[in-house]
Design a binder for this molecule. Sequence first.
Ligand SMILES: Cc1ncc(COP(=O)(O)O)c(C=O)c1O
Length: 415
Amino acid sequence: MSFARPLPYSRHAIDEDDIAAVAEVLRGDWLTTGPAVRDFETALARQCGAEHAICCTNGTAALHLACLALGLGPDRTVIVPSITFAATANAARLAGAEVIFADCDPDSGLMLVPHLEAALERVKRANKRASAVFPVDLAGQCADLETIAACARHEGLAIVEDSCHALGTRYQRHDYSWTAVGGCADSDITVFSFHPVKNIAAGEGGAALTRSPDLAQRLALFRNHGVNRDAARFTDKEAGFEGAQVNPWYYEMTALGLNYRLSDINCALAKSQLSKLERFAATRRRLATRYDARLAGYAPLLRPITRSAHCVPAWHLYSVLIDFDALGTARGELARRLEERGIRTQVHYIPVHRHPYYRDRYGEIALPGAEAYYRRTLSLPLFVGMGEDDVDYVVENLGELLGFGTARTARRQVP
Ligand SMILES: Cc1ncc(COP(=O)(O)O)c(C=O)c1O
């Protein structure tokens, strides 16, 4: 069935059972810090195969918490791929760390091992030492995380995987075992976003997952003002106890934290959505396969981003690469004309090192892979409520506007 025009580039899929789950919380005793939070965290950790999930207000907060938990503050340097949303780098800056931008593969937008190695070289040339790397699972697919992790561990780096796009993605490790993104097989902390355009929606929401009990404790501490209520860890025994009894009001603030708590309302929605993740991911994969097939006739001038080996993505985005120079078409003009036909597109992403804030801070940086990816990329509509006829509609209009004719007859000659 067709979706009403305009087609957004992404959107949530909410059913009656999601609404019922939220209504149940609204009728209950806890709107925040209640059982729905713990239930969602337990379900998320189980889904991903991680020991601990700490949910929070959004993906940016999860990244910021990861930086705080790992001590990535002033005097620390963090490597971040330039093709990502600004929040990946901003979280490090908010914690006080400096950012070194890594280049990315021009055809997938992913930071690969040679890009990480080149970034490490730049850190060394600047007489600095990197403390962490933040691989980004762009569009829903991941690079060879195991090799990236081996390289990072060799250099003593912590690994924070930004999987805001990739809840539901699985990849194969070198021993042929399959693992879910979020299981933290190759990261210290993996973060997700539950913004409505992402793979599940919580309204706003995010989470940080880890296998380490110590990091889990620190993530939870920073999420809640740096406040500890665990009597076993009180530092001031005299204030915390009356004889052997714990003082019921007592708590201690042991670190400078924030309020990044996610409400029970959001968590109820997120848990209900999580139960449908497999179906959502399968639908997105089916739509992506349809795009792949229908766009095949437009290659090489227009083609999907390169697929990562050994990865089964839960596609968040369907991004293509268009050779605008060869086609003699400007991307803005194409996007406007698609919009007139009820097709909304987006660009993921402007390389973060090009934003004025980072240019002012770090000057001009040459990252040719990221630039080449940015020049050609466009994200087409992809969401669970779309039908295959919507995919066909997008492809046919794209083909017509780019001068390929209709998708079925597409055979444009390169000038
Ligand atoms: C790669 C990436 N990282 C981090 C974020 C931040 O997530 P949120 O919007 O939930 O703060 C986003 C959101 O768009 C993202 O795409």
